[in-house]
Design a protein around this ligand. Structure first.
Ligand code: SF4
Length: 203
């Protein structure tokens, strides 16, 4: 073994690259728009072991996640030509990172900003991630629930353990949404085959 990359892995990567480029050029989406029944946004930090959770919600329940909090960190295109300006852009981006925003001026960034974004995106449903190890979000859970109720928003709290699926499994995360959609929203899944399945068969 010379320690180089496995040619089978390279070949698979190239195939995936081509597939992605083809889908991009054809403007294909991860789920058909006609199946979408609910407009939603995702708030708080996501589980890194379930990066495609929003795709599952869309395909299973027709919940169209329009934006995730992390994509609202910084909307200025990063400078790539001017070195000094590129460094300033990076510094500005780091200043606005989710964790920093939550721990400095957290209330406005987490609570007030959520209602503003719900209004801007016309999204009455919120997928509210809750990192079980995070005390910051736990302190505002009751406030978010109360204010969400007053404003007429539906909040689905989805617990996760950031990097560790042994504490909160992907299935447990899905079950939280399944339960809420069935009992509170009185919804029917757009694809019932995606409601129950073992974690081993998904990414
Ligand atoms: S403060 Fe908590 S919710 Fe915010 S990014 Fe950090 S771990 Fe996530």
């Amino acid at each position: 073994m010379d320690g180089g990359a496995d040619p089978r892995v390279i070949s698979t990567c190239e195939k995936v690259d081509k597939l992605l480029m083809k889908a991009y050029e054809n403007r294909e989406t991860a789920y058909p728009a006609y199946k979408m029944k609910y407009r939603a946004i995702v708030w708080s930090c996501p589980a890194h072991y379930y990066a495609n959770f929003s795709n599952w919600i869309a395909n299973c329940w027709g919940v169209n996640v329009l934006v995730e909090m992390e994509s609202l960190n910084y909307t200025k295109p990063l400078e790539t030509e001017d070195k000094e300006e590129a460094l300033r852009d990076l510094a500005r981006l780091y200043e606005r990172m989710v964790m920093r925003r939550h721990t400095n001026g957290g209330y406005q960034n987490v609570v007030d900003e959520l209602w503003k974004q719900c209004e801007d995106w016309n999204a009455p449903l919120v997928i509210m991630y809750q990192n079980v190890a995070c005390k910051n979000m736990a302190t505002v859970q009751g406030i978010l629930d109360d204010q969400g109720r007053q404003r007429g928003y539906n909040l689905i709290w989805v617990e996760h353990d950031l990097m560790d699926p042994r504490t909160v499994s992907r299935r447990t995360m899905r079950d939280k949404v399944n339960e809420y959609m069935r009992t509170v929203m009185k919804a029917e899944p757009v694809d019932p085959s995606l409601v129950e399945f073992e974690d081993e068969v998904c990414m």
